[in-house]
Design a protein. Structure first.
Length: 147
């Protein structure tokens, strides 16, 4: 079995597995994911006409599943330029999701999603920085994964 080859790769793999798992949960048991995120699930048959909650949940769950797989594949390839690209965008996601809670667009439970993104970005960024200080081993190719 192939495993990530760097600390930053491990941070990406863990994040990817969690994202893929939560995406799968959202596709298979959407009400469970709604509950985890702090939303009240609507009883069967209780949705108003024009309520597209499940459509958006399906779309975001599929995106999370795909993203999780991409992160795991990047981790297995030890594609450090990709790891670096994710850090600012995950911090942006943290800011947007946190702002959604602060402004009342999302329930307090949704704050966990933003914090998860932010913490993951900081841990990956710290791992990349740590690796960059070690004997010049950081990937400086800026291109596609090698081997």
């Amino acid at each position: 079995m192939r495993l990530p080859r760097s600390l930053s790769g491990w941070t990406m793999a863990v994040f990817g597995v969690l994202a893929a798992a939560l995406g799968a949960v959202g596709l298979i048991v959407p009400d469970a994911l709604l509950t985890v995120m702090g939303f009240e699930p609507v009883p069967a048959g209780g949705r108003a006409e024009g309520d597209h909650t499940l459509v958006f949940l399906t779309a975001s769950s599929m995106a999370a599943l795909n993203m999780g797989v991409y992160y795991v594949l990047a981790a297995l390839a030890d594609w450090r330029p990709f790891f670096r690209w994710t850090v600012p965008f995950r911090l942006l996601t943290c800011a947007v999701f946190t702002l959604a809670v602060v402004t009342g667009r999302a329930p307090t439970g949704f704050l966990g999603v933003g914090l998860w993104e932010g913490l993951g970005a900081l841990v990956t960024g710290a791992a990349l920085r740590y690796e960059g200080r070690g004997a010049g081993r950081a990937d400086t190719s800026g291109g596609a994964p090698v081997g």
